[in-house]
Design a binder for this molecule. Sequence first.
Ligand SMILES: [Zn+2]
Length: 444
Amino acid sequence: MKIHAIGGYNEVGKNMTALEIGKDVIIFDAGLYLPPIVELEEREKLDIYNERTLRDMKAIPDDLVLDRKGLTKNVRAILISHAHLDHVGAVPYLEHRYNAEIAGTPFTMEVLRELRKEGMKIRNKLRYVHPNSQYIVKGGQEYPAEFINITHSTLQTALIAVKTDEGYVVYANDFKLDNNPVIGKKPNYDAMRKLAQKGVKVLIIESLYAASSGKTPSERIARNLLEDVLLSTANENSLIIITTFSSHIARLKSIVEFGKKLNRKIIFLGRSLNKYVGAAIRVNLCSFHKDMSMFVYRNQINSILKKINKNKKDYLIVCTGHQGEPGSVLDRIAKRETPLVLSNKDNIIFSSKVIPAEVNIANRTLLEKRLKRNGVRIFDEVHVSGHSSREDLRDFIDMLQPEHIIPAHGDMKKLSSLIDLATEMGYKYGKNCHMLQNGEHVIL
Ligand SMILES: [Zn+2]
């Protein structure tokens, strides 16, 4: 078999990998890359782009490499690991090049349908695969692909394991090992151990935090951090604004629950929140939608903010803008472009972390400067990550016992950290752990 690195091997984003066996090709993920932004929630701005402009910007994987290798016609399926746009966001721009079904968990497929709603056509059939069940890829032979439940910062994230005659090909991009998730079940360790028993030929694994020592804390910890700030620290008699990743439904659930305890009206503002919460509602994974009100369009947002401004202590606002994205709701509030006037004692909570890319750091610095000019209190990094740290990755590799390891989802520095870890665990660089760049492949 051959593993082709298509995107996400020179950067964090635009993930895409292809597995070639005989005359069959199976694609894993097709994500977007808008430099700096990892989770890419503020997608509305992308509507003006098409495949060509995105290719020129290098914002989608360069899958033309499959044309050059004569493999495009052999693609039998596009398997999507989860709903983050750096994994699924390029599908509407690229899928028309393939005659292949697109399979993912129900929440992921609903988010993809949301993208289609915004005017993009998806020609291939979407297949809804429930967590811990399988989808059969049909090619020269059948390849059962298991979508194994694993934890991450969005719903129904899957570890994808494709069965081949030579053993399983496992795609683990992105995940963390959270034994106390706020929504859903903990990782399906039984299924992983079974894969190891049957034999894992190769593991393609995220390397984002391979250099961060220790274990990534559970989402339960983020919930405790939020509780601490919301229930015992935030000023009672003023406004509370929280901004977080729109796709992080578990985090939103915690926020709504604490907002209810505070007896506040909970107001969600912004298109991307509407998109992800809508997808969660449709797959019955949003328990809190009756406890909040959603405002999507600019005039609606302005009129509710006018109302909130008169009675700030009665409201908790959840909005977009945690990376300081220009045009996001929080950005507009900070620039005083809305009827809401911030004052000292108002609480702004960032349930997120600044993505360490130049543009994000610059945007966030500017946002904070503007917010501080209004005298508000700022609570930063009320957050835990959705990605595995080094010891999680070690445990995971130990559990799967793969014959080969290929790090993904990072630049050379991040990939190297994972190679280091594999080497510590007895793998040999170039022999059974391999570093690929976009456009390259390895024969196993
Ligand atoms: Zn992700």
